[in-house]
Design a protein around this ligand. Structure first.
Ligand SMILES: Nc1nc2c(ncn2[C@@H]2O[C@H](COP(=O)(O)OP(=O)(O)OP(=O)(O)O)[C@@H](O)[C@H]2O)c(=O)[nH]1
Ligand SMILES: [Mg+2]
Length: 299
């Protein structure tokens, strides 16, 4: 029998909304594959990010934030997706925001309660904590919550302690061939990364409830030697929201389009021509067909 000297394993990143799961994934992979916005429920599907180095490969899954609110089919689907990601993983990384512990963090803890694999607790956003003494007492308090394999403070934006996370994960990964090519970084298609970039900019620019009732579908993705043409349709739930997305004299949509285009050009390393269209579909968050088209549920 051949002896395999490489390690390869699966690690799920879970946590309540807005704690920084996608930021951590993008930082680890070194590439913008998952949308980051300072609003809850940004991530809508499980996104894989792959790190391959020093004879090991970790396949991280960034999940939608686990939350109480289950009003729409989309909300329910987000929670189901996050929990499904916990199936047959080698380790779980649970993220919390230092120095908080909310009822939703308890909900996440409940979801990982019966897991037999190591569960790491990562206390994120420590760059914001001025009084380090308070961090020590916080760590003491969270130790009581569960038998965590490791507890450590990190900053996903500043990269504090993130290398240490990989070091601690390595021995947990089983000896195995790599599941993905050494240079793979994600399971996402370029189309879906592009739609996420547009949605990220939309969520960033729009206010109140509107971000949650938008979705982006890439209708056209045409790659040429020196240019990529992309047509993106932005779906909104109500007719009046269309005007809000477009904005006064088209200013909002223009801003979204310009920033998204700049990010996409950097990502694709080519000139990008991005066209955006806004369409209304009442109640799309409860329409299984529509959620399927957007990749939020699989059919
Ligand atoms: N100061 C600071 N902010 C952070 C850090 N990590 C993430 N953030 C910010 O927290 C906000 C939410 O980050 P996301 O990565 O989108 O959070 P998430 O957990 O994926 O959120 P959902 O997808 O909605 O569940 C963004 O504004 C990030 O810039 C950190 O280490 N320090
Ligand atoms: Mg996210």
């Amino acid at each position: 029998m051949d002896v395999v000297d490489t390690r390869c394993g699966y690690v799920a990143i879970v946590g309540r909304p807005n704690v920084g799961k996608s930021t951590l994934l993008n930082h680890l992979v070194g590439y913008r594959i998952s949308a980051i916005v300072n609003k809850p429920q940004t991530t809508r599907t499980n996104v894989r990010g792959i790190v391959t180095q020093d004879n090991y490969q970790v396949i991280f899954t960034d999940t939608p934030g686990i939350h109480h609110d289950s009003k729409t089919l989309m909300n329910k689907t987000l929670n189901i997706a996050a929990v499904a990601a916990l199936d047959s993983v080698d380790a779980v990384v649970m993220l919390v925001e230092g120095l908080k512990w909310t009822a939703e963090d308890d909900l996440v803890l409940k979801r990982v309660e019966h897991m037999s694999c190591p569960v790491f607790l990562l206390i994120n956003k420590v760059d914001r904590i001025v009084e380090k003494d308070r961090l020590f007492s916080y760590i003491e308090a969270v130790k009581e919550k569960r038998n965590f394999a490791e507890i450590f403070p990190i900053s996903a934006t500043k990269g504090i302690n993130t290398k240490e996370l990989l070091v601690k994960l390595k021995p947990i990964l089983p000896f195995s061939e790599y599941a993905y090519d050494e240079d793979s970084i994600t399971d996402q298609t370029l189309r879906s990364i592009c739609s996420e970039v547009v949605r990220e900019q939309l969520m960033d620019q729009l206010h109140q409830e509107l971000p949650y009732s938008t979705a982006v579908h890439i209708e056209k993705f045409e790659e040429m030697p020196h240019r990529v043409d992309i047509d993106a349709t932005i779906w909104v739930g109500k007719a009046r929201q269309k005007g809000m997305v477009i904005g006064k004299k088209g200013q909002t949509l223009k801003r979204v389009g310009t920033t998204a285009r700049i990010i996409l050009e950097e990502l694709l390393e080519k000139k990008v021509v991005l066209k955006t269209f806004v369409k209304v579909e009442e109640n799309w968050q409860n329409n299984p067909k529509h959620l399927g088209d957007l990749g939020i549920i699989t059919r």
